[in-house]
Design a protein around this ligand. Structure first.
Ligand SMILES: [Zn+2]
Length: 484
């Protein structure tokens, strides 16, 4: 099944054809690392990861690059307020974002370029734009892009050039520009820039790069002149991506991006949550509160990327149950009695059909809800078949089911994250087993309140007990952090 993507540039679904057969060069607009990333940022990052995983699943040789913006107005202001340089200030946030991304199963990008490490490339790009007459210098040493030199300006956002920047406030440091619609490529230094270590020498004067310029320079350096896919949040279409096109195409004369994909933002379904931290909720907050990372990943994937996602407690709980259902089914199939003489149960065939439906959904503009639908209807069907067959199937069927679940999970990453977050170290395992022993003891001596208290203590840590005639089994359901 051929992948079709909704290209923001053409506002239509197009078959995906990369520049070079079998390869895909992808650039994603990453976060500005002046604060912890909030859950809305992570909707984007999980979507970027979906694209990354999907392309690898289909066998593409993927070059995946996501930038970390470590110099802009907000970063400089925040660094100066704390008496730090921008690199001292941003480093902990960069580390935190990568750790949270790991916790959510986001595959590492090939590169995470930081703007401050590409200033030479940015200066070279400004020089090219000056040479080609797309830019001009002002008396204070700033450089602006001349929007009238690029007649295609507005082709992505479909904004009328005259209306494009009407009403946009012209900031004080941009008084020198010829036209209010022009945007800064290079901003002459101000005292706080120097204080924060955010001032670099350039042929036209000391200063710092404009934010839009950063992405053009880094994608050019790390992916190439023409990107197969450029990813970003919907709020970046204008002016950020429009400006990236003007700069990149203005400099190279080549198409900048073949497919533009934009992810919609999430809205908070419950008021309380959105207010918990000045209208943002960070992934760090959620993980510290004991939210299961696999449930969070499921929730962020659960709406199609071009649809709004209503984020809240209820949805997260539903996601937690869905992930648990998936794990339980996988475990059940792993433990099934494989019997070479058993008649074909049909579960292998159902797995095959589910994989086909899953593939079809994903190929259709990365329709994850459709893919999850295929997976979870199969989980229900599979459980029904195992109920009827008394958990006894031919080995090749069990194997095929596990292969299919594994294959789908290369794209979804749910079992992968659940496996990561539910790993119990030896010390904790001992502790759990000791508690279970104590509970047995309490039950034998009819001290049921003590036995219940132990069960609750374990449940607090996400450990659920299942009593049966064969004894007590435990499993880690991952809704609480493990502190052993
Ligand atoms: Zn960008």
């Amino acid at each position: 099944m051929r992948l079709r993507l909704f290209n923001t540039l053409t506002r239509s679904l197009e078959p995906f054809e990369p520049l070079e057969h079998g390869r895909a060069g992808v650039y994603a607009c990453g976060p500005t690392i002046y604060d912890h990333a909030h859950v809305g940022n992570f909707r984007s990052f999980v979507f970027y990861d979906l694209v990354h995983r999907y392309l690898e699943w289909k066998g593409y040789d993927v070059r995946f690059v996501m930038n970390l913006t470590d110099v802009d107005d907000k970063t400089i202001r925040a660094a100066v307020a704390e008496g730090k340089t921008i690199s001292e200030y941003t480093e902990p946030f960069a580390q935190a974002i990568l750790e949270e991304a790991d916790a959510l199963g986001i595959r590492r990008a090939d590169r995470y370029p930081r703007a401050t490490a590409y200033v030479d490339e940015m200066i070279a790009l400004v020089e090219r734009l000056l040479e080609k007459g797309h830019a001009y210098r002002t008396d204070d040493g700033s450089v602006f892009f001349d929007i009238t030199s690029f007649p295609e300006y507005g082709k992505l956002s479909r904004k009328n050039l005259d209306e494009a920047r009407r009403g946009e406030r012209v900031s004080e440091d941009e008084y020198g520009k010829d036209d209010v619609r022009d945007f800064a490529l290079w901003k002459a230094s101000k005292p706080e820039d120097r204080e924060a270590g955010a001032a670099w020498p350039a042929p036209w004067g000391e200063g710092r790069p404009g934010w839009h310029l950063e992405c053009s320079a880094m994608s050019l350096a790390e992916v190439g002149e023409t990107l197969d896919i450029h990813l970003g949040g919907e709020d970046l279409v204008f002016p950020h991506h429009e400006d990236e096109i003007a700069q990149s195409e203005g400099a190279t004369g080549k198409p900048f991006v073949r497919y533009w994909l934009h992810v919609r933002h999430l809205r908070f379904a419950d008021e309380k949550m959105s207010k918990s931290r000045g209208n943002t909720v960070t992934v760090q907050d959620l993980l510290e509160q004991g939210v299961d990372p696999a449930a969070l990943r499921h929730q962020l994937l659960s709406a199609h990327y071009r649809s709004e996602l209503a984020f809240g407690r209820e949805g997260l709980e539903g996601s937690g149950r869905a992930v648990q259902r998936l794990i339980d089914f996988r475990d059940r199939v792993e433990e099934v009695h494989t019997d070479p003489s058993a008649a074909i149960s049909g579960i292998g065939g159902k797995a095959e059909e589910a994989l086909e439906r899953f593939e079809g959904a994903l190929a259709d503009d990365l329709n994850v809800p459709g893919g999850l639908g295929a997976l979870f209807s199969f989980v229900s069907e599979g459980n029904g078949i195992l109920d009827r067959k008394g958990d006894r199937v031919p080995p090749e069927e069990a194997e095929r089911v596990l292969e299919v679940l594994g294959s789908m999970d290369e794209v979804l990453g749910l079992l992968e994250v659940a496996g990561q977050s539910r790993t119990v170290d030896a010390e904790t395992r001992h502790w759990i087993e000791d508690r279970i022993g104590e509970r047995e003891e309490a039950r034998r001596s009819k001290d049921f309140s003590r036995a219940d208290a132990i069960r609750d203590e374990l449940a607090e840590r996400g450990i659920v007990l299942e009593d049966s005639s064969r004894g007590t089994r435990w499993k880690h359901v991952g809704t609480r952090p493990l502190v052993g």
